[in-house]
Design a binder for this molecule. Structure first.
Ligand code: FAD
Length: 473
């Protein structure tokens, strides 16, 4: 047992008995598996976190069972880490101080589908939500590329943007999260409701300040989406086409994905060999069928060729992955499948329209950094983020790469730290004020907020008064 357990003398046999009738998983292999997420993308976090394990897993099926888990953890003063699909990238769901892992995947009911919204239990998988919405003519306004295995509660607590964000903004865009219901960690847990903007007090707090039970999200009318890949001779041309597509009028090309991938990364996509020629820098997108001609013209106007255009039926017949499995953080995964020495970083581009600056940065970075840009919109403005593949040498070289980006005004949202206040993430005292209210003993996901340790002695109102909100990556 590592010596960093928050409560090394806890009686886990007794805790398991007290958790009844909640399903408990106590075999060591399962506990180890449920203690991991995708932190291994980062060699730095892999060294730091691979020996951190919880003590017991509980799998509640209802809100009442979840409340019982929180009450038992409160009575025994053991840490609680909420867990959905465990696809987070920074060890968000790793119980670094041991304790109870509460996995929500059995709380997965879709409760209500209405005009422009869906109300679901926190453990519902997003692919299941999208499948349930489709016959009603709706789809999620955005979802991560991990939709098949990630929960909506984990996305709201740990994610930020995804497929759809180029049309509908990130999760934090006003209206995307309509309502969250959240349980406190007390002797008798209380359910609190956060509507509209108030939901940002819980969103992207890494499960530090309450257990999300129910999520209401904005939905948008579904369309006949066609997954497309276009090839270009140069990265600059592909990026230019990506920016033009990202900025296009929705009535002309209503894309819900807009990703640009360096040809050296695309060489790690063997599943595409029969469909996309090698040696091409790729633009990866999803457009409605009626906008395919407009996309073809845009691509040709930037010197490219549309190599692949398949709808959902054709994709299934060809047994190909979704095109979004070559975008967002799936791009990194495709490379890691072949070579574990790759890692990545998260970089904010200062001006998405400045292709020359992006190109100059690529030249400055060297051969161990391969670009991959995702375009999103927020408040009507187009943003670009670079999620490059980095061939990891050591921490010093990674720091040098970060410094190269920063020297030209690019922002590094460091993917290699396990605390919520990572590089360039200002502490969000609204999160911590609600932690004080909902988790007064500080049992939820301990060790993930450096700032909490500094302010936990203050009252919730004093913490709230401390200041600025963080802008999540
Ligand atoms: C290949 C790959 C691609 C990805 N693509 C994207 C992407 O496109 N967009 C994106 O934003 N992210 C992406 N991610 C990150 C991650 O998949 C998403 O954030 C995902 O939605 C997390 O859901 P999960 O159920 O796996 O959460 P988990 O990893 O289980 O948990 C994430 C965090 O949320 C907390 N949490 C979980 N459930 C609850 C709850 N009910 N109440 C309170 N806290 C809770 C956990 O404690 C943890 O801190 C990707 C990751 C990988 C590995």
């Amino acid at each position: 047992m590592p010596d960093d357990k928050a409560n090394p003398t806890a009686d886990w046999t007794r805790i398991a008995a007290d958790l009844a009738p909640v399903e408990v998983l106590d075999d060591p292999v399962t506990i180890k598996k449920r203690s991991r997420d995708f932190f291994w993308y980062s060699p730095i976090l892999n060294d730091q976190l691979r020996r951190s394990f919880g003590d017991l897993v509980a799998r509640p099926k209802t809100r009442e069972e979840l409340a019982h888990c929180l009450s038992v953890a409160h009575a025994h003063e053991v840490p609680v880490t909420l867990r959905g699909g465990g696809t987070g990238n920074y060890g968000q769901a790793v119980p670094v101080q041991g304790g109870l892992i509460v996995e929500t995947t059995a709380m997965n009911r879709i409760l209500e589908i209405g005009e422009g919204f869906v109300r679901v239990e926190a453990g519902a998988l997003m692919a299941d939500i999208n499948a349930a919405l489709k016959p009603h003519g709706w789809e999620m306004a955005m979802f991560p590329s991990t939709q098949d295995i990630a929960t909506v509660g984990g996305f709201v607590a740990g994610g930020s943007a995804g497929i759809g964000s180029i049309a509908n903004g990130p999760l934090r865009e006003n209206g995307n999260i309509a309502r969250l219901k959240v349980l406190s960690v007390e002797a008798d847990p209380v359910e609190h409701v956060f509507d509209g903007d108030e939901a940002l007090r819980i969103h992207h707090a890494w499960g530090l300040n309450g257990a999300i039970t129910e999520v209401t999200l904005r939905t948008v009318p579904t369309r006949d989406w066609v997954g497309c890949m276009a090839g270009f001779d140069s990265y600059r041309a592909a990026y230019g086409a990506g920016h033009a597509l990202a900025s296009a009028d929705d009535a002309v090309i209503a894309r819900k994905l807009c990703s640009v991938v360096d040809t050296r990364i695309a060489d790690y996509f063997p599943r595409l060999d029969a469909h996309v020629p090698k040696g091409r820098h790729l633009l990866v997108t999803l457009v409605p069928r009626e906008h395919l001609d407009a996309l073809r013209a845009l691509v040709a106007g930037h010197g490219g060729t549309l190599h692949l255009a398949i709808d959902e039926g054709e994709r299934q017949a060809l047994k190909l992955p979704h095109v979004f499995e070559f975008a967002y953080n799936h791009t990194t995964l495709q490379v890691l499948k072949s070579d574990r020495s790759a890692t990545y970083q998260q970089i904010g581009v200062p001006d998405a329209s400045d292709a020359a600056r992006v190109e100059a940065m690529r030249a400055r970075l060297g051969d161990d950094v391969w670009s991959h840009h995702e375009f999103t919109r927020w408040g009507g403005l187009v943003y670009a983020a670079d999620l490059p593949i980095i061939w990891f040498r050591d921490a010093d070289r990674l720091a040098e790469i970060n410094a190269t980006y920063e020297a030209d005004g690019f922002t590094v949202y460091d993917a290699h730290v396990n605390v919520i206040e990572g590089n360039h993430m200002q502490p969000d005292y609204r999160h911590l004020a609600w932690k004080k209210r909902l988790d007064p003993k500080g049992l939820l996901n301990p060790g993930k907020s450096l700032e909490w340790e500094k302010v936990r002695h203050l009252s919730a109102d004093e913490i709230e008064a401390l200041g600025p909100a963080r802008t999540p990556a």
